[in-house]
Design a binder for this molecule. Structure first.
Ligand code: SF4
Ligand code: MG
Length: 289
């Protein structure tokens, strides 16, 4: 058994007071505690951005990578030791902008990973530029006349691209978000939890007050997450209703073999447990001399 104390580091959070990131880390820690996951059994890999601080505040193994690179780091960790529970954390700019190519391909592969996207619809750490999920027309430091593009739809993209657990949470509902993260961690395959995360400093449009009347839970609406067509229909509801209705909860779930389960080399034991002492790599070294 572990407690919240066990998985809380001594680091003082650097986030702005009121930031939705606090709720996400709280929900993640709740999920670890409720699932009884020990710190030495878990790893959090992050990218760069306000969300990149996540591994600093949760007492597990952690790896803060480069901008947009949380997913390659997380997948490498999973391949090296698939016994570990691996969580990747990033933001909307980090994951859906700079790291987009990793996002698209990791879903086809279906590693057993959980990916939490702190989706505040802005670049927060770099002080307020438009991100791929910023709403059309919103004025920002990089778009003084308003965003011209339509926003990226991560839920629809994930369902269409092979993700096997696709959910959306809201930082204003920690209990609900905890349940979604627990579902993502226990799911065997790639799980996306995109999280509406108000950036109280740089996004003055998508605030807690803006979200509250718009979000509703899919489970309360009788949604069947095993129905892909219904999931896609729900994924586009935000556009169809001009952002007046924003479903949260589990959109889609399917069972499919994980990438690592199909690798014969690590069928019996994780890569890190293989005895490599008999392998002579001196010739490889010579090539680099
Ligand atoms: Fe949170 Fe925005 Fe402050 Fe970053 S800039 S810590 S996302 S409120
Ligand atoms: Mg962001």
């Amino acid at each position: 058994m572990i407690t919240l104390n066990d998985i809380t580091t001594k680091e003082k959070p650097q986030w702005c007071p009121g930031c939705g990131d606090f709720s996400i880390v709280m929900a993640l820690k709740n999920a670890f505690v409720e699932l009884g996951l020990q710190p030495h059994e878990t790893v959090i890999a992050s990218g760069i951005g306000c969300s990149g601080k996540t591994p600093h505040y949760v007492n597990t193994y952690g790896f803060e990578s480069l901008h947009g690179r949380s997913l390659p780091a997380a997948s490498a960790i999973k391949l090296a030791n698939h016994k570990l529970t691996v969580v990747a954390a990033g933001g909307d700019g980090d994951g859906y902008g700079i790291g987009m190519q990793h996002f698209m391909h990791i879903m086809r592969r279906n590693y057993d990973l959980t990916y939490l996207v702190h989706d505040n619809q802005i670049y927060g750490l770099t002080t307020g530029q438009a991100s791929p999920t910023t709403m059309q027309g919103m004025k920002s430091k990089s778009t003084p006349h308003g965003v011209l593009e339509v926003p990226f739809n991560p839920i629809a993209t994930a369902i269409a691209s092979g993700a096997t657990y696709v959910a959306r949470g809201f930082a204003g509902d920690i209990k609900h978000l905890t349940d979604l993260i627990k579902g993502a961690i226990t799911h065997k395959g790639f799980a996306l939890v995109d999280i509406f995360q108000p950036c109280v400093t740089f996004n003055k449009l998508n605030t807690y007050q803006w979200f509250q009347p718009r979000v509703y839970k899919l489970e309360d609406a009788g949604h069947n997450p095993t129905n892909r067509d219904a999931a896609l229909e729900k994924a586009f509801e935000q556009e169809k209703t001009k952002y007046e209705k924003l479903p949260i909860g589990l959109f889609y779930k399917e069972e499919r073999p994980t990438y690592e389960s199909m690798l014969n080399q690590i069928k019996e034991k994780p890569l890190v447990e293989h005895d490599l002492s008999a392998i002579d790599i001196s010739k490889t070294y010579e090539e680099f001399e």
